[in-house]
Design a protein around this ligand. Structure first.
Ligand code: DC
Length: 214
């Protein structure tokens, strides 16, 4: 445990592993502040697309990251597949990652609204952003299960998703997340690895609480 008088929980994991739902539930349970750090990368990717920039050009990503206004993180467009794809590309840029570092650290170490703790979910929370987090979870699930969850989610939103395409997108995203040079997706050495392949959201939450209970 760290020496702060509040708690910090890091939830990292693969795309569509259920980490977002899980992190939100843990935050609600403890009345902690919650930050979905993927939204920051989505906002940067979306901004680059909005100005017809090049998502693989680190300079374009950096300009967008420096302009980032956290008040705009509620934009539903950030949930789109286009924003998700763009996020995964801009996230490979060290410049973009550095530009987003302070906001994440400051949220984690000074939780807003006087909250007694914070839950951050992402890819590098337990390894880079909050290496001294009190609890670290690493969430994963079989890729075909993740693809079918994402496929159902897109269909339920009325989008015309194709399973094979969703599966391939996830493969590409996993590859970028795991193989980038800066802050690649890897479980922290002291993380509790939670495999949600055979767990529904309730089961994942119960399993996580079994580990993360204070
Ligand atoms: O969690 P998500 O699917 O919303 O994340 C979108 C992309 O952002 C993902 O492909 C990787 C990147 N990301 C990251 O590199 N580091 C984080 N802490 C969070 C997200």
């Amino acid at each position: 445990m760290n020496t702060k008088n509040y708690r910090l929980i890091a939830v990292d994991g693969l795309a569509a592993s259920g980490k977002g739902t899980l992190a939100r539930r843990i935050a609600e349970y403890y009345h902690f502040a919650y930050l979905d750090t993927g939204l920051l990368y989505r906002a940067v990717g979306y901004e680059v697309l909005s100005v017809n920039g090049d998502i693989s050009n680190p300079k374009h990503g950096l300009i967008a990251a420096e302009k980032l206004n956290p008040k705009n993180l509620n934009n539903p467009e950030l949930r789109s597949e286009a924003a998700s794809e763009a996020a995964s590309v801009v996230a490979t840029s060290p410049e973009v990652r550095m530009a987003l570092l302070n906001f994440q650290k400051s949220f984690a170490y000074n939780p807003p609204d006087g909250k007694m703790g914070a839950v951050l979910d992402g890819r590098d929370i337990g390894t880079v952003i909050c290496p001294d987090a009190d609890r670290k979870l690493f969430v994963r699930a079989d890729i075909s299960i993740r693809a079918s969850r994402r496929y159902k989610e897109l269909r339920s939103l009325g989008l015309n998703a194709i399973y094979a395409r969703v599966l391939q997108d996830l493969r590409d995203r996993d590859c970028r997340d795991v193989s980038r040079n800066m802050a690649p997706l890897v479980p922290a050495k002291d993380a509790f690895v939670l495999d949600t392949t055979f767990l529904d959201p309730e089961g994942a939450f119960r399993a996580a609480l079994g580990y993360a209970l204070f």
